[in-house]
Design a protein around this ligand. Structure first.
Ligand SMILES: [Ca+2]
Length: 318
C-alpha cells in the first residue's frame, strides 16, 4: 500500500532522519513538505528541507509556514540541542531550489482539494500550519485520510517542562485546535519515542548507506548525541520524528489506545496534553467531549530502530 503524505516539519536533527526515511521508503509518496518554526526559525527550516531533498537527489515541493506561535511569545530556539543551523552546526551548501509561492496552510488546503480522502498529514513540529489550514478552510478536516502527529505525552511527563512535550509547548493554542479537531488523528508522543533509541553503531551504518545525505545526518546526530549524553546519560538518540513515520508503515510495532485529547494553553501546565482513555469513567464527561483519537502508549522500540536502519541502508528502501 502506498501512503501519500504531506510532511510538516521543523528540521531539526530528528526531523532530518525522518525526512531521509520518507524519501527512501518505497511505500511512501511525498507530495510536499511544509515548514514551521520550532527547532529553528522557519527560514532555516525551509532551507534545511530543501537542502535535504537535494542531497537525496529528489525534487519535493517545500511550502513555508508558521514563523511564530498563534498566541504566545516564543522562547529562543533550542540551539544547544539541534545547533543554530538545526543540523548540529555544520558547513551546509545553499540549496538551489526555492520554496513554493504559497503558504504551508494553503498548500495543505489545495492538495487535499485535489486528492480528497487520500492524503495523510504527518506533523512532527509545532502545529501552527495545521491549525491555520483549519482556519483557512474548516472542511479540510473532512478531506484528509488521517493525521499523524509526533508530539505530546499521555503518561510520560514532559521534556521541555515537567509536563509538556516540546512541539506542543511551542504552540499550545495551535495544538489544542489540531488535537481536538474532528479528523482521524493518531498521536505518537513521548510515551513511545522515549522507548526507541538509535545507537551510535546503528547511526554509523545509516551514514554509510545514505551517501551525501548520510554525512549531514551523521554530523547532526553526533551533535544531538552529545546533548542526550550530557542531559540524560543516554548513549544514543531518541528518533522522535522517525517514530511517527514508523507508525504509518508499521502500526503493529505500537499499541494504541482510543480516547480524547485536550491541551493546556496557559499557566504552569502550559503545553501539557491531557489524555482520557475512552474506556475510563470520570466524574463528568468534561474530559471526553473532544472527538475520539488514537494515542500510542507502547512500542517495540527495537523493531522500530531495526526498521529505521533497514530502510536507510537498503538501496531500494525496505
Ligand atoms: Ca520536529
Amino acid at each position: 500500500m502506498t501512503h501519500t503524505i504531506i510532511f510538516d516539519t521543523d528540521p531539526g536533527v530528528d526531523d532530518a532522519q525522518a525526512i531521509a526515511l520518507i524519501m527512501a521508503h518505497p511505500d511512501i509518496e511525498v507530495l510536499g513538505m511544509t515548514t514551521t518554526f520550532g527547532n529553528v526559525r522557519v527560514e532555516t527550516a525551509t532551507r534545511n528541507a530543501l537542502l535535504l531533498t537535494e542531497l537525496a537527489g529528489q525534487n519535493i515541493p517545500v511550502a513555508q509556514g508558521a514563523d511564530y506561535p498563534l498566541v504566545k511569545t516564543p522562547y529562543p530556539v533550542p540551539a544547544h540541542i539541534h545547533g543554530a543551523d538545526g543540523l548540529g552546526n555544520q558547513t551546509l551548501d545553499t540549496p538551489s531550489g526555492q520554496a513554493e509561492k504559497i503558504s504551508a496552510a494553503q498548500f495543505i488546503v489545495d492538495k487535499t482539494r485535489e486528492q480528497p480522502g487520500e492524503i495523510t498529514l504527518m506533523a512532527v513540529g509545532p502545529l501552527g500550519n495545521l491549525a491555520m489550514a483549519i482556519a483557512l478552510d474548516p472542511d479540510v478536516v473532512n478531506r484528509v485520510k488521517q493525521v499523524v502527529i509526533m508530539g505530546g505525552s499521555a503518561a510520560r511527563g514532559g521534556n521541555v517542562t515537567p509536563l509538556a512535550e516540546a512541539n506542543i509547548f511551542s504552540d499550545p493554542h495551535a495544538a489544542k485546535r489540531v488535537l481536538t479537531a474532528d479528523w482521524p488523528l493518531v498521536m505518537v508522543g513521548l510515551d513511545v519515542t522515549l522507548d526507541t533509541v538509535i545507537t551510535p553503531d546503528r547511526m554509523a551504518r545509516i551514514a554509510e548507506g545514505q551517501g551525501a545525505l548520510g554525512k549531514v545526518l551523521s554530523h547532526s546526530y553526533d551533535f544531538y548525541a552529545d546533548f542526550y549524553r550530557s542531559a540524560i546519560g543516554l548513549d544514543g538518540c531518541c528518533p522522535h520524528d522517525s517514530c511517527a513515520v514508523a507508525w504509518l508503515v508499521h502500526p503493529e510495532f505500537f499499541e494504541t489506545v482510543t480516547g480524547h485529547l485536550d491541551v493546556v494553553t496557559e499557566g504552569p501546565a502550559e503545553g501539557q496534553t491531557i489524555f482520557a482513555p475512552a474506556e475510563r469513567q470520570y466524574v463528568s464527561d468534561r474530559w471526553s467531549r473532544t472527538p475520539a483519537v488514537q494515542v500510542c502508549m507502547k512500542v517495540d522500540g527495537e523493531a522500530v530502530s531495526n526498521w529505521i536502519e533497514q530502510t536507510l541502508t537498503s538501496s531500494s528502501g525496505a
